[in-house]
Ligand binder design. Structure first.
Ligand code: HEM
Length: 573
């Protein structure tokens, strides 16, 4: 047989079994095996070398480029360690970098991570057109809340007008009306928080969700986190969306929590059928919230247009001006029902304050004697009075809370609020760089920080890195109730937030921060005034759970089981 070594490959095709043996021969050739084995190492080493090369100077020669944390895998960059434990990665990189500033490569995009307070101030002072928030917010609204992709253009068009409605959350008379309503619900619900009954049917909905167990006619065992969350949601949601909304959709709070728990699934675009625990639950919960909000919007549209709507909505006269105004803007701009962005508002209202009250209360209870010190401080502003008595039957005692005074005259309570935020809040502000910009830190420092950020990159400010930094906060992992107390020149004491940024910053700074502070102080003060709470497991005592990261205030990794009794009031002694 002729040697066909020089024959053209187009003319000569070995039979398939021959192809297989040729391919197998090629794969098992020592050179290919070596290349397959060494290739990834060589790529990783070259990537590590290139990604760790020294910084380049900017055009003006002064501003440096942020230090790049080297990585090994091209394309993915720091993606895996970031997903596994972002805080660990960022803390370690921060320790190695000058001015607590460095850049990460996350799936091919550059994220400049900043935690130095003076650099953060410089970032927050930039104009919205330089460091953009809008593309990020619209992407979150689309992916997380599930606004139809084709509605993005409408959102883009009315962005400023919709944003302007958030002034209702900051300005009188609207904010005052909303806070008064929230506190009014708290005054009504707190005395009825526990029913002390063993008949499941008679329990309050929040007791059922919180797995209440009857101990005696004066004592109940219950899950503190779920109880606190629901107490807050049952006050704040009707204050903003009207009482009929939560009455018609009594599970709405838990649908919001379940949607929130699936935030990363939605941001990653995982469909409902993804075989991963929690994905389908999050999708069902999100659909339930949408259905409720769609019905609410339909009723508000009908109300505004003088058309009839389902009687079960009542008069809708206790819906806040904020929600009514947003409904008007969206109707005027031709938003279909399914396109309205109210999920974002409902979510922002519910998820953070409702967890914060749990952490604040837990931390207070865990410090011996602190609850009683706070009770003494709030006594003039939170009062419990005897209900009417007819024969042997007495009404539940009445709770009154003066919320402005809690904020103004109760520095210890307020300091514990700031400290609970410092300990449990992990908010990140993310911006896209719209045009090249130089940011500068403390100009008086020996080595002033001046950095160039380039168009198309991202800026991420993990505010928790600063809030837990031992350079700024002594023993940062310890709850210190007095950490934020400062003595003023006239000798009086006030609680001052200092450099922490629990509500983010810049143009997208949390618009609900005044409401949040007032409602959290009111709930914690009201509960301390009315109830005695002890750990269910007396031997273990108070256990502070580890935290699970969310968008801002963390979730505890486990519940806190407690025993609750009503306090003994003056007229009963
Ligand atoms: C302890 C409670 C709260 C915390 C820790 C908190 C935290 C935050 C954070 C970190 C942001 C993002 C800021 C940024 O991008 O830099 C934010 C935005 C926002 N929050 Fe809050 N929040 C709380 C309570 C509330 C409440 C009760 C409301 C009431 C509706 C609310 C409404 C908003 C709104 C509307 C925004 C978006 C602001 C904008 O994009 O212009 N928040 N919040």
């Amino acid at each position: 047989m002729d040697d066909d070594f020089y024959a053209s490959s187009t003319n000569v095709r070995p039979p398939s079994s021959a192809w297989r043996s040729v391919a197998w021969g090629a794969i098992t050739s020592p050179n290919v095996v070596l290349a397959l084995l060494l290739g990834p190492f060589i790529i990783a080493i070259v990537t590590r070398y290139l990604s760790g090369r020294s910084v380049e100077a900017s055009s003006n020669g002064k501003a440096k480029r942020p230090w790049k944390l080297p990585y090994w895998v091209p394309g993915v960059g720091h993606g895996f360690p970031f997903l596994m434990n972002p805080v660990k990665l960022m803390r370690e990189a921060g320790d190695r970098s000058p001015h607590d500033m460095f850049s990460l490569n996350l799936g091919g995009t550059t994220h400049n991570i900043i935690s130095d307070p003076s650099l953060v101030r410089s970032v927050m002072a930039q104009r919205e057109s330089t460091l953009l928030f809008k593309p990020i917010a619209i992407s979150v609204v689309r992916k997380f809340f599930g606004i139809p992709p084709e509605s993005v253009r409408k959102f883009d068009k009315v962005w400023d007008e919709m944003n302007a409605t958030t002034s209702y959350l900051m300005r009188e008379p609207h904010i005052g009306i909303m806070i008064d309503r929230t506190v009014h619900y708290l005054e009504n619900h707190i005395p009825q928080m526990i029913t002390f009954t063993d008949a499941d049917i008679d329990l309050q909905p929040w007791e059922r969700w919180a797995n209440a167990s009857y101990i005696s006619s004066t004592e109940t065992e219950i899950n503190l986190m779920t109880l606190m969350r629901d107490m807050m949601g049952n006050a704040s949601v009707p204050a903003m969306f009207g009482s009929a909304f939560i009455e018609k959709y009594p599970d709405i709070l838990h649908d919001i929590y379940a949607t929130d728990a699936g935030m990363y699934f939605f941001l990653l675009g995982l469909p409902a059928w993804t075989p991963w625990p929690g994905v389908i639950k999050a999708h069902i919960a999100r659909r339930n919230v949408w259905q409720a909000l769609d019905e609410h919007q339909r009723a508000l549209d009908a109300l505004a247009l003088g058309k009839p709507f389902d009687y079960s909505w009542g008069e809708l006269d206790d819906v806040s001006e904020f929600i009514v105004k947003r409904n008007e803007v969206q109707r005027r701009n031709g938003f279909e029902i399914r396109e309205r962005g109210e999920f974002s508002v409902l979510w922002a209202l519910v998820v953070n304050s409702s967890l914060l009250v749990y952490w604040q209360l837990l931390y207070i209870l865990s410090v011996p004697g602190l609850a009683d010190r706070i009770r003494a401080e709030i006594a003039p502003y939170v009062t419990v009075t005897q209900g009417a008595t007819i024969g042997k039957i007495s009404e539940t005692p009445k709770l009154h809370i003066s919320h402005p005074e809690l904020s103004r005259n109760c520095p210890l309570l307020k300091s514990t609020y700031f400290e609970a935020l410092r300990m449990s809040d992990q908010p990140w502000s993310v911006r896209q760089v719209g045009q090249d910009v130089v940011i500068s830190g403390d100009k008086k420092a020996d080595d002033p920080a001046t950095y160039l950020l380039k168009k198309g990159e991202y800026v991420t400010i993990p505010h928790d890195l600063h809030m837990k930094d031992p350079k700024y906060f002594k023993y940062p992992e310890e709850f210190d109730p007095e950490r934020f107390l400062v003595t003023k020149e006239d000798g009086s004491v006030e609680a001052n937030m200092g450099t922490i940024r629990p509500y983010g910053g810049g143009p997208s700074w949390c618009k609900g921060r005044i409401i949040a502070e007032r409602e959290c102080l009111a709930q914690v003060a009201g509960i301390l005034a009315f109830w005695d709470i002890t750990p269910a497991d007396k031997q273990a005592g108070w256990v502070i759970p580890k935290q699970k990261k969310t968008a801002a205030v963390s979730l505890p990794v486990h519940e806190t089981r407690v025993r609750i009794k009503r306090r003994v009031f003056d007229w009963e002694r």
